[in-house]
Design a protein around this ligand. Structure first.
Ligand code: COA
Length: 369
């Protein structure tokens, strides 16, 4: 029997403070109807703590679900476009906090495709025998790099983290096929010059260069084509058709991107999982958070064929076909929580609003009404 990488634990960390469409209406010329129609998003979360805190808690929850001790891990791999710092990596900081003293740790950046790339790495190491137990985390604090008065980007993104424990298991379940790709010639469509959310973000460059540069329409088209082509290729590698697929968990970029790709692929839309409405696009965190939510809502059954697919900056894309294992229930629950906060959403966004105010000819001290 071949050894495969099977998800045995899962978890997510959703920060408590919400940024609703009504809040965004106070910051730019946008409205709830436009945002919901064009993106499917009603609200997103804004983290009052570091991205590493989100990663750590999602990781602890995934370890509890697998009933695994941190010392048993061989690898911690974090996918993030918004690490606290470039070095040390989020993975190394999580490793220290968990006390996962027997494992390797590194970060990987493939933007919104990060969790797919990270899973492909972990699965490859498991199949080759280098690693037996891996904790793969997607974590983002995207709000740290947002100009909330730029309506073309601010409505899309949110913060959060999701995690999965992969274990070496002999049998039919686990990662069956991977399709990864990139096209650096289109990299200019999504550019982020930040040096880490706790790095010298606001002093290293002027505001006009710091904001996320994003060509929405171009990205939209590339994403739809890219996801559809990648899923087609990865299914061909397994010999499955779209009929054989039980659940599709796409990167939650935009409900319309997912709908358009679903139509191109001719996948029954009831098989496609979505949780974008209240989380927004959480970058590399979106797929592991969606896996956790899909399990909690009984959308994944033992033995199901599950397809993960993502598209992101770089540009990068990737898809994975896996056969789910025997268990869809957590073995244990981790009862830790993030530290509570009384901060309102505009308090948390204050550094962003202040930094980017001059770009919009606004007084940085003007109250938000
Ligand atoms: C960003 C995005 C939602 C914009 O949607 P769209 O349908 O392409 O909208 P357009 O950019 O064509 O803009 C249409 C109009 O709405 C306006 N508009 C843009 N953002 C707006 C907002 N937040 N609120 C209100 N109006 C807005 C535009 O100015 C434009 O007005 P005009 O017709 O008067 O010029 C969409 O392009 C998208 O989702 N792109 C990919 C995003 C993504 O998820 N990327 C990450 C991949 S990992």
């Amino acid at each position: 029997m071949p050894t495969k990488a099977v998800i045995t634990g899962w978890g997510k960390c959703v920060p408590p403070v919400e940024l609703t469409n009504a809040d965004l209406e106070k910051l730019s010329d946008t409205n709830d109807q436009w945002i919901v129609e064009r993106t499917g998003i009603k609200s997103r979360r804004i983290s009052h703590v570091d991205g590493t805190d989100l990663a750590e808690l999602a990781g602890r929850r995934a370890l509890a679900a697998a009933d695994m001790e941190p010392e048993d891990l061989d690898l911690i791999l974090v996918a993030s476009t918004t690490p606290d710092l470039i070095c040390p990596s989020v993975a190394a900081m999580v490793q220290e906090r968990l006390g996962a003293v027997n494992c390797a740790a590194f970060d990987l950046n493939a933007a919104c495709s990060g969790f797919i790339y990270a899973t492909a790495n972990a699965a490859g190491m498991i199949e080759s025998g280098f690693v037996k137990k891996a904790l793969v985390i997607g974590a983002e604090k995207l709000h740290g790099v947002m100009d909330y008065r730029d309506r073309s980007t601010s409505v899309l993104f949110g913060d959060g983290a999701g995690a999965a424990v992969y274990e070496a298991v002999e049998g039919e379940a686990g990662v069956l096929a991977v399709d990864l790709g990139a096209d650096g010639s289109k990299g200019h469509t999504m550019v982020l010059k930040s040096m880490g959310t706790n790095g010298n973000v606001f002093n290293s460059l002027p505001p006009e260069e710091m904001a996320l540069h994003f060509e929405g329409q171009a990205v939209f088209k590339i994403a739809v084509q890219g996801i559809a082509a990648s899923v087609t290729r990865v299914l061909e590698n397994t010999g499955f058709s779209t009929e054989d697929v039980d659940v599709v968990i796409p990167h939650q970029a935009n409900a319309r991107i997912v709908d358009a790709a679903t139509r191109l692929l001719k996948v029954d839309e009831e098989k496609v999982f979505s949780n974008i409405e209240n989380l927004g696009n959480t970058g590399a965190a979106s797929i592991p958070m969606a896996i956790s939510d899909a399990l909690d809502s009984n959308r994944i059954k033992p033995g199901d064929i599950v397809v993960l697919s993502a598209f992101g900056g770089g540009v990068t894309w990737g898809s994975i076909v896996m056969r789910w294992g025997e268990r869809t229930e957590r073995l244990k629950l981790h009862d830790g929580e993030l530290p509570p906060t009384d901060a309102g959403v505009f308090e948390i966004l204050e550094p962003n609003l202040r930094f980017f105010a001059e770009l919009h000819g606004l007084d940085p001290d003007a109250p938000i009404t």
